[in-house]
Design a protein around this ligand. Structure first.
Ligand SMILES: [Fe+2]
Ligand SMILES: [Fe+2]
Length: 202
């Protein structure tokens, strides 16, 4: 069942349909569907964890807002908004969250820092993540079309012990990066250290 919230909290200056229309312009159909599944998953996890449903809806919908922007847009934004220049060493995988949050703020007029942090941290996680941030991080990982070994364990954990599910993702994502010789963003290691030792057997 699809939950279509009516926005009343002025976190975005418009209706959910108006937000959807703006996101639709930025994304190819496949990714537009993905963000709507992440929204629905985030709302489900927000209900379980007593988190603001409207924030879950908006954060889920906008989390990949910048995913299909050209590199030049991110490089310009890193300079314009004086973000950490170390970001220039990375690419879209990191930029669309950390830098994407700035584009969301300035282009969509969404200023809620909890929502923006959920976008910033949805790929790498973070040492401290609010319940909303944890929800978006997990919803992106377990939305219904995700299919990887362990996804059912991740889904089960996310619905029963959100923090433990964050540890699960942090561990398995780092493991995947190492196993495949892919670069690891230093903050992902910080995330690992902050979350995984709390649940050594996850
Ligand atoms: Fe993403
Ligand atoms: Fe995503």
């Amino acid at each position: 069942m699809v939950t279509e919230l009516t926005y009343t909290q002025h976190l975005f200056a418009g209706t959910r349909d108006e937000l959807l229309a703006k996101i639709n312009k930025q994304l190819k159909p496949k990714r537009f569907k993905h963000v709507q599944r992440v929204e629905q998953t985030a709302i489900k996890l927000a209900k379980i964890n007593g988190v603001n449903l409207e924030k879950a809806s908006i954060a889920g919908l906008v989390h990949d807002y910048a995913k299909q922007r050209p590199d030049e847009d991110f490089i310009a934004a890193i300079k314009q908004y004086q973000l950490d220049p170390i970001l220039l060493d990375y690419g879209n995988a990191i930029w669309h969250g950390v830098v994407g949050a700035e584009l969301i703020k300035h282009e969509l007029g969404i200023y809620d820092e909890d929502i923006l942090n959920a976008v910033r941290h949805h790929t790498t996680g973070a040492v401290y993540m609010s319940p909303l941030e944890q929800i978006v991080y997990m919803a992106d990982y377990i939305e219904p079309e995700r299919d990887f070994p362990g996804v059912d364990v991740a889904r089960q954990l996310a619905e029963t012990d959100l923090a433990k599910s964050v540890a699960f993702q942090a561990k398995h994502t780092l493991q995947y990066l190492v196993d495949n010789g892919k670069p690891v963003y230093p903050k992902s290691i910080d995330t690992y250290n902050a979350w995984v030792p709390r649940y050594p057997n996850v």
